[in-house]
Design a protein around this ligand. Structure first.
Ligand code: ATP
Length: 322
């Protein structure tokens, strides 16, 4: 997002009506240029209302992410480099490349107001309209090898649920391997990518998308929810949520290669949304039905098929209620 566009957005953030004339004067540009820039805001997923004769307003008031607030409010014990971008292709893609190339080495958290190519698993898209939700990735280096990170995506789910509980949000649940649900609807997604040595220097990039105040116009092909809806319309402070998430996530990542998943297994079950529910595991064209028994000590999914227990792991699987 260029400087003029950002300046225009800042004038509209509070959701109040602004006339084209006032916007033009404040920015030192013509009415036609204001109109052009307003149209560009729509490309970032922002919903603008035009009020005939009086001006323009954002459908949802916005609060921008504040790097300084994040830096000064996270627990000081674990130093981390914090970055905030207005728009980026994908926070995870950026950090993965930065760590692979050596451009970044230490723990880094990258937040974006907007992603043009937000990612889910296996090339799926994560909808990331501007300023509405949280989209961020955390890169963390390890020296014990990728093998020591088995089950980490499940522990990340536990950290997110604990952070949400800490904000007074009860009733969140986990779906194996990487979704945070509320009322069976998707509230947050987790994407974990690892790079480096199997048994030596390596790193993880944890991507998290958490719906906070999603514009209703966004189309998503499965049931979803945001914090605003589940809390009867409350407007959440995204900076405060981001701090809470980092304060749960960073100590967990720091200790993970020593502790392993076993340390988080009981907590994971306490959040498990599908425990003892009839489910199907989808592997390519195949569907395996059974009762969901939770996860084993490595974080693999346990299924009672009626004809014995089966255990599933790996990224090519999807789990659904049956
Ligand atoms: P799986 O169970 O295999 O993980 P999934 O559909 O949950 O399947 P993910 O890769 O975890 O897949 O997430 C991407 C999917 O999430 C998208 O295909 C879309 O259905 C949904 N989605 C995209 N953006 C959002 C969002 N902001 N909030 C909720 N759901 C979203």
């Amino acid at each position: 997002m260029n400087d003029t566009l950002m300046a225009l957005l800042k004038l509209l953030l509070n959701g109040e009506v602004c006339s084209g004339e006032r916007l033009g004067e404040a920015l030192g540009i013509s009415r036609a240029a204001v109109w052009k820039h307003l149209r560009q805001l729509r490309d970032f997923g922002l919903v603008l209302e035009t009020l005939r004769g009086s001006g323009y307003r954002l459908q949802n008031p916005l609060q921008l992410l504040d790097k300084r607030y994040l830096e000064t409010h996270i627990d000081p014990g674990l130093p981390i480099n914090i970055k905030v971008e207005s728009s980026i292709a994908s926070t995870s893609q950026f950090l993965y490349q930065a760590l692979s190339s050596g451009a970044e080495r230490g723990p880094t958290a990258l937040f974006a107001e907007h992603q043009t190519q937000g990612r889910g698993r296996r090339g799926r898209v994560w909808q990331s309209p501007f300023g509405s939700n949280l989209y961020f990735s955390v890169a963390w280096p390890y020296s014990q090898g990728v093998n020591s990170l088995e089950g980490v995506s499940l522990a990340i789910g536990v950290a997110i649920c604990r952070a949400l509980n800490g904000l007074g949000i009860a009733g969140v649940g986990l779906k194996w391997p990487n979704d945070v649900l509320f009322d069976q609807k998707k509230l947050a997604g987790i994407l974990v990518e690892v790079g480096g040595d199997v048994s030596g220097e390596c790193f993880i990039v944890v991507g998290i998308g958490l719906n906070v105040n999603m514009p209703q116009a966004v189309v998503i092909d499965q049931a979803w929810i945001d914090l605003r809806t589940l809390s009867q319309g409350r407007l959440w402070d995204r900076n405060q949520i981001a701090v809470k998430l980092l304060n749960e996530l960073l100590p967990m990542l720091n200790a993970y290669s020593e502790r392993g998943f076993e340390h988080y297994r009981q907590a994971w079950h306490s959040f498990h949304a599908y425990q003892n529910q009839p489910v199907k595991v989808i592997v390519g064209q195949q569907q395996i039905r059974g009762k969901c028994l939770g996860v084993d000590p490595s974080g693999s999914l346990r299924l009672d098929t009626g004809g014995g227990e089966r255990v599933f792991s790996g990224g090519e699987l999807s789990l659904r209620l049956d």
